[in-house]
Ligand binder design. Structure first.
Ligand SMILES: Cc1ncc(COP(=O)(O)O)c(C=O)c1O
Length: 391
């Protein structure tokens, strides 16, 4: 049988982590016991009240049917309430909120809704690899814009204009930025909205990290008039430790929600009702919840800094989000070389920055999703295998 894949899959590689995880599994099968500091999936549980709602609701007989495409009103209201409480953004819960099965699917939905073949979308480099895959799968052309450390990892709007913006329909942005952890300023958000308006580009802000190691969660929708030209994705994966539950949301103008729903309603059949009701509980958690998880991430981050110091890396201490992004020391060709050395010599996996784009080549990224003991063990192994700051 000659089964061929569709041309749209050309250039869409297997996700780096699935390949690497297979290699790590192989090393583990050979008795290595690799410590994986690569993946950003929270290891901490959700709040017990959230789990309680899920289990109680799931035990009821009448909650198992298909759900509406827009989620139940209580869930949409809780999303609007969360935006009001934490971001001071007003959203109409009937028309300006769309629950998603994780924010990742929203990236695809947005690309499928707005990109025709040959349309362009601006993609950050370094940035979350899904943006460019989704643009390509939708038939669009990803055009990368480089983020530089010395420009605070912010886009260079003048350079973008100088390069030409013909056929650019979307711009993907993400602050706190993954992988660099850089935080947005109000001025940056204002500039993004002004840029979108000036060039008629839909600004798509992906905002899953605003509660992690960040005292002041911010939303692009805080900028006056933002809804005219921007949409925002958000998620409970990191803020509520619910990555596996798949709960995300899209917020924006009524028209955008309706347009995106035209695509999305052909893809899934709603979200399990008990998950929606438990998500309501998660969205109602107060400051104590965020302080509690952040206290844990603070302690872990100190260990990660210790580990990075051993490797001779440099990093900003004011990063937000679930990772530490660090510049590799001179003497290594790139982050892949350092990552492989640490993997093969010390049995510890650290993500090479190059998987997030060319501009990430001189960096590595360490996830904070591990226990203190795990980081201490990694530090011990690196000290033994590599020594302090040596190459
Ligand atoms: C920048 C960024 N956007 C989106 C996502 C997807 O999150 P979700 O679990 O809500 O689909 C991730 C997950 O790692 C991410 O790092």
């Amino acid at each position: 049988m000659n089964i061929t894949t569709a041309t749209r899959l050309e250039g869409i590689g297997e996700y780096y982590f699935s390949q690497k995880l297979r290699e790590i599994e192989g090393l583990n099968a050979a008795g290595k016991d690799i410590i994986n500091l690569g993946i950003g999936s929270p290891d901490l549980p959700p709040h017990p009240d959230v789990v309680k709602v899920l289990t109680e609701e799931a035990a009821r007989p009448n909650v198992h049917a298909y759900q509406g495409y827009k989620g139940v009103p209580a869930f949409r209201k809780a999303i609007a309430g969360w935006y009001h409480t934490w971001y001071n953004v007003e959203l109409n819960s009937d028309t300006e909120v769309l629950p998603l099965i994780g924010s990742k699917e929203g990236i695809m939905h947005i690309c499928m809704t707005y990109l025709s073949t040959g349309d362009k979308a601006l993609i950050p480099d370094p940035g979350y690899p899904t943006y460019s895959s989704a643009v390509k799968l939708a038939g669009g052309i990803p055009v990368t814009y480089t983020l530089n450390e010395n420009a605070g990892w912010e886009p260079d709007f003048e350079a973008l204009e100088a390069a030409g913006l013909e056929n650019v329909k979307l711009m993907w942005v993400n602050y706190p930025h993954m992988p660099t952890g850089s935080l947005p300023t109000e001025e940056l958000f204002r500039k993004l909205i002004a840029f979108g308006k000036k060039h008629q580009i839909l600004i798509c802000h992906d905002n899953p990290y605003s509660f992690i190691l960040n005292e002041k969660p911010a939303s692009l929708l805080q900028v006056e008039g933002a809804k005219e030209v921007a949409v925002e994705l958000n998620s409970l994966s990191k803020s509520a430790n619910m990555a596996g539950w798949r709960v995300g949301m899209l917020c924006g103008a009524k028209e955008r929600i309706e347009e995106i729903l035209r695509f999305k309603s052909n893809m899934d059949s709603g979200m399990f009702l008990p998950v929606q009701l438990a998500a309501v509980k998660a969205l109602e958690l107060g400051k104590d919840w965020y302080s509690e998880i952040n206290a844990i991430y603070h302690k872990r981050r100190e260990k990660v800094w210790e580990l990075l110091n051993l490797l001779g890396c440099s990093y900003s201490e004011s990063q937000a989000g679930m990772f530490v992004w660090a510049r590799i020391p001179a003497g290594y060709k790139d982050g892949y070389t350092l990552s492989d050395k640490v993997l093969y010599d010390a049995n510890v996996f650290i993500t090479p920055g190059g998987i997030f784009g060319q501009a990430g080549n001189g960096y590595i990224r360490v996830s904070l999703c591990g226990s203190i003991e795990k980081f201490e063990k990694a530090i011990e192994r690196i000290t033994e295998a590599i020594g302090s700051g040596e190459k």
